[in-house]
Design a protein around this ligand. Structure first.
Ligand code: NDP
Length: 285
């Protein structure tokens, strides 16, 4: 890639710590290049207590916006002056847009990415057709729960190591959400249409040992972790002949509304950003 930076180059980026291995610059810069935009997407790594100072300094829109990843999502929620309906419902923010008047708009695109990944990799899956189980109760789980409630799921079961955090999602999202401890996962999987891993457990090689055999055979199993692309959870699901959805598809699809917010146009379809990400993480298509 050899692009010229000019006085008019638009800037957006991703903030995280660490941010070195983020795939978002690969995705957005490939779209920028294919669209012929005078723009650049940059990784930023503020110090662990420096995110708010950093984001405050961007007020005014010289930098169009930021995707926000671990560990700054809570700071992003706190610093936003206004939230989109879906971010407010989720109580989680992964996108900040800096308006010219100095205000910061917070949004959450994880839910759209998740449902888009189901539509792509589990065709015919209907989020309103039955209960779903989400493992984890952090920001990603909140975004997923809000998306499923909005899409008409009759029940969303949050299964989490710390039960109180799962109960907190229920308090925020209402009676359709039920909380389960990890010990009760088999009960939570009874009759579900989908199981979604939204924990960071796999990241530390302490893969979750979930009782997937308790799910009905048409259930779809999704893992938000995408390194490796086929996680132990997805491998087990395939053994049980469940359909699977991977976290990379979600990552690529949550980037679409971010690109639109930064640059005011849809990303060009011609460039295969999934293949570029796979090459970067050493996976197969
Ligand atoms: P958080 O740190 O906010 O939440 C992590 C959750 O994982 C908590 O509920 C925590 O449980 C649980 N957890 C962590 N370790 C274990 C373990 N060993 N056993 C059981 N539960 C555990 O993270 P996020 O919600 O922001 O992200 C979660 C994951 O989703 C990350 O891996 C992230 O990379 C991924 N993600 C992927 C996206 C994609 O596009 N594919 C988008 C967003 C996130 P407890 O509450 O008990 O601490």
């Amino acid at each position: 890639m050899s692009r010229k930076i000019t006085g008019a180059t638009l800037v957006a980026g991703v903030a995280g710590a660490p941010v070195r291995h983020s795939l978002s610059p690969i995705i957005h810069n490939a779209w920028i290049e294919a669209a012929g935009l005078d723009a650049v997407y940059v990784p930023f790594a503020p110090s662990s207590d420096g995110f708010r100072r950093f984001a405050d300094g961007l007020r005014g829109g010289v930098v169009r916006g930021l995707n926000v990843t671990v560990p700054f999502k809570e700071d992003a929620l706190a610093i936003a002056d206004e939230l989109s309906e879906r971010a407010a419902l989720a109580g989680a923010v992964n996108l900040l847009v800096f308006a010219a008047d100095g205000r910061i708009h917070g949004d959450n695109t994880d839910g759209l990415g998740l449902l888009g990944a189901f539509a792509a990799q589990a065709p015919g899956f209907d989020p309103a057709a039955g209960p779903v189980a989400i493992i984890g109760a952090g920001g990603a789980a909140r975004g997923a729960a809000a998306a499923f409630v909005t899409a008409g799921a009759p029940e969303v079961r949050i299964v989490n190591r710390t039960l109180a955090k799962a109960e907190g999602i229920g308090e925020a999202l209402g009676a359709k959400v039920r909380a389960f401890s990890l010990d009760a996962a088999a009960r939570a999987f009874d009759g579900v249409t989908a199981v979604i891993n939204a924990t960071s457990a796999g990241l530390l090689d302490a893969s979750l040992d979930l009782p997937l055999e308790a799910t009905p055979s048409p259930a779809v199993v999704m893992d938000m972790t995408y390194k490796p692309l086929e996680t132990p959870l997805l491998a087990r699901a395939r053994e049980l002949e469940r359909r699977t959805v991977d976290g990379l598809e979600m990552l690529v699809r949550q980037a679409v509304p971010s690109f639109e917010a930064f640059f005011g146009r849809t990303p060009p379809a011609a460039v295969d950003v999934r293949a570029l990400c796979l090459a970067a993480i050493g996976g197969q298509a």
